[in-house]
Design a protein around this ligand. Structure first.
Ligand code: MN
Length: 432
């Protein structure tokens, strides 16, 4: 016997991947965990006759010769199949778009970072020229859109977009997708979102704008992930965390959403014992102290950030500068020959001003070019520390409408970072 299964809290990507695996391996029996996301459950209840699936307890584990695992790579996130973990002679195939190592050791693996797992499955369906019905294409595209945020999450790859095109060609129905991907947002969810917003604590952690909310939630609430997504969007932070304490179960459900390059929500959740992607993740933590969890997350963010690019990696130095006594004509010549729009004014290694092309508009007569720079320079000093992130540099430039920031450490200017330096970083044009 051959079975295919996926992770608990099955989402559309996971269900899609299971169904796609049954097309690739027609003898494989699809086994779904008992916990299934509400919107997937709604979809399945309408499509029961088309997608026949089975529960873990319907499988006679001793009969299983091949196990196909999709969209997950750890035994702990499978349902009811623990008995297979140490089974000798069991053949395991793994299809997973999470690059991190799990504890499932497969005989064959297709493991690559990709926006959605279904994209990996579509690769094989296309290669083997398998027939896909419009309903299957619809389900697959729902999975693809859900995991990539309609191809907008930073984790999205070109191959995801290719797979989306392939599924649209196979008549995926966008109306159906919109119906089922629409968040299940009701009174309960509204109440939680409201309480989260009231208690939202915004913080800056290593250049990231982060928000935490700690809420007591009694009983089971569907779609908490949807609530956290809305919460992040409303607060417009880089990363948002909902820490939901269930006092009866003595556990905290932690759900995170982020939408900034370089922030790996999945990595944070893995350290809490959960899982996820760069943009989304969750973990169930055996703790009744939400503050401890928040502190731990803050530490992970601080720790993880240190390997990331800092202003000091992007800045240029030595800096071309002038002194307050340099005359305006010489300053103009420097700007012209260096092709820059401004230079810092430095006295005894200290930044005292900036002279830029703009300041030359104040010059009305030829004779004024003999005047020292200090008469025309801007003394509004916006500088940045070398350890800050490129995001912080970019934000500061936008806020103060400047194109360059002197990099200052212990009162001394050690470099300069320009708008084009930060652009180069954001577009990933840095040499390795
Ligand atoms: Mn997935």
């Amino acid at each position: 016997m051959e079975i295919v299964t996926t992770h608990k809290n099955t989402d559309f990507d996971a269900l899609s991947s299971v169904i796609a695996a049954t097309i690739l391996y027609p003898d494989a029996v699809p086994i779904l965990p008992k916990s299934i996301n509400p919107n997937v459950k709604a979809f399945l209840s309408i499509h029961k006759d088309i997608f026949e699936t089975y529960a873990p307890e319907q499988v006679n584990l001793t009969q299983v010769q091949r196990l196909i695992v999709v969209d997950v790579n750890s035994w702990g996130r499978l349902d009811g199949l623990k008995g297979l973990q140490h089974e000798n002679g069991l053949e395991i195939f793994l299809f997973d778009h999470h690059a991190g190592q799990g504890d499932i050791v497969p005989d064959y693996r297709c493991q690559e970072e990709m926006g959605a797992n279904i994209t990996l499955m579509v690769r094989y369906l296309e290669k083997e020229n398998k027939r896909i019905t419009p309903i299957q294409a619809t389900l697959f595209l729902a999975g693809l859109y859900e995991d990539t945020g309609n191809l907008s999450f930073p984790s999205t790859r070109a191959e995801d977009a290719h797979a989306a095109a392939y599924l649209l060609e196979r008549k995926a129905d966008l109306n159906i997708i919109n119906t089922f991907l629409r968040p299940a947002y009701g009174e309960k969810q509204k109440d939680i979102l409201f309480r989260m917003l009231q208690t939202a604590k915004r913080r800056k952690i290593n250049g990231y704008r982060v928000s935490f909310s700690k809420i007591d939630v009694k009983g089971h609430v569907d779609s908490l992930a949807v609530v956290v997504r809305m919460y992040r969007e409303i607060l417009n932070v880089d990363a948002a965390f909902g820490i939901f304490l269930n006092p009866e179960r003595k556990k905290c459900m932690v759900i995170g959403r982020s939408n900034i390059e370089g922030f790996d929500m999945g990595a944070i959740m893995r350290r809490l014992g959960g899982g996820g992607h760069p943009a989304a993740g969750s973990a169930l933590v055996n703790s009744v102290v939400p503050q401890d969890i928040q502190d731990a997350i803050a530490n992970f963010i601080t720790g993880g950030q240190q390997q990331h690019v800092q202003v000091s990696d992007l800045m240029s130095f030595p800096v071309i500068s002038v002194t307050p006594q340099t005359n305006m004509a010489d300053a103009a010549a420097i700007l012209r020959t260096r092709g820059c729009t401004g230079v810092p004014v430095v006295a005894e290694e200290k930044l005292v001003g900036v002279i830029s092309r703009r300041d030359f508009r104040k010059i009305k007569k030829e004779s004024q070019l003999k005047a020292p720079v200090k008469a025309y320079m801007s003394t509004k000093l916006i500088s940045i520390a070398p350890g800050k992130s490129p995001q912080q540099a970019a934000r500061l430039m936008v806020k103060h409408d400047v194109g360059r920031l002197p990099v200052v450490e212990h009162g001394r200017m050690i470099g300069i970072i320009t708008r084009s330096d930060t652009m180069r970083y954001f577009y990933d044009l840095l040499p390795d």
